[in-house]
Design a protein around this ligand. Structure first.
Ligand code: GSH
Length: 210
């Protein structure tokens, strides 16, 4: 049995969805960031950075969303991450694009919004960070104009992570314009039963790109 430390709607939701996609036995431990539950002594013992997700298996914590996803998808032989060859490289590229390019672009924005006090400087920095996020979505749309999904013909983990991250866009200083191809994939991803169940269990409303 797996134990997932999560905060509703955050990057941990990608792990939640995948656990459901694979029909695995798990429980969820509410580590709400807004309620400060990620600063509890119990959670900091699992992740001193105070960040979700953390997956615990047999008493052992695994941190870093990208690592958790690859571990689970490999261990349970999910089609969301092909086993070998170029198909695996493409799927890993899509997953890491979400985890190591798109997610940090949003993290940068949220960090600036919390830490820059001077109003003029804050507006300028948030605008620059939002423009950077927009350019990443434009890249994704260009890719998805050429292929059905981020990694090619079939849906992989990267598409699910992309949909989770897209839903963080409502609180930005300027609205993100999602291209038609990105919206097409997001619609397919969020209509999956595992995604819908995760939204409902976490009480998260999907607000963008419909
Ligand atoms: N590199 C980490 C980043 C995790 C991360 O940024 N998690 C966010 C939620 S999406 C978080 O817990 N933020 C709270 C904080 O940084 O204090 C990963 O991919 O797991």
């Amino acid at each position: 049995m797996y134990h997932l430390y999560y905060s509703a709607g955050s990057c941990s939701m990608a792990i939640h969805i995948v656990l459901r996609e694979m029909g695995l036995d798990f429980d969820l431990i509410d580590t709400s960031l807004s309620a400060g539950k990620n600063r509890s002594a119990e959670f900091l013992a699992l992740n001193p950075r105070g960040q979700v997700p953390v997956l615990v298996e047999d008493g052992q914590p695994i941190r870093e969303g990208g690592a958790i996803l690859v571990y689970l998808l490999d261990k349970h032989q999910s089609a969301l991450l092909p086993r070998e060859g170029f198909a695996r490289a493409q799927a890993l590229q899509a997953l890491m694009w979400g985890n190591a390019t798109m997610h940090p672009a949003y993290s940068r924005y949220f960090w600036l919004s919390r830490n820059v006090q001077d109003e003029a400087q804050r507006q300028a920095l948030l605008t620059a960070a939002a423009n950077n996020i927009q350019s990443l979505w434009d890249d994704a749309d260009q890719q998805l104009a050429k292929t059905a999904f981020l990694a090619g013909d079939t849906l992989t983990m990267g598409d699910i992570l992309m949909a989770v991250i897209a839903n963080w866009s409502t609180s930005l200083i300027q609205p993100i314009q999602f291209g038609e191809h990105v919206k097409r994939v997001i619609r397919q991803v969020i209509s999956r039963p595992a995604y819908q169940k995760a939204l409902s269990v976490e009480s998260v409303e999907y607000k963008v790109a419909a």
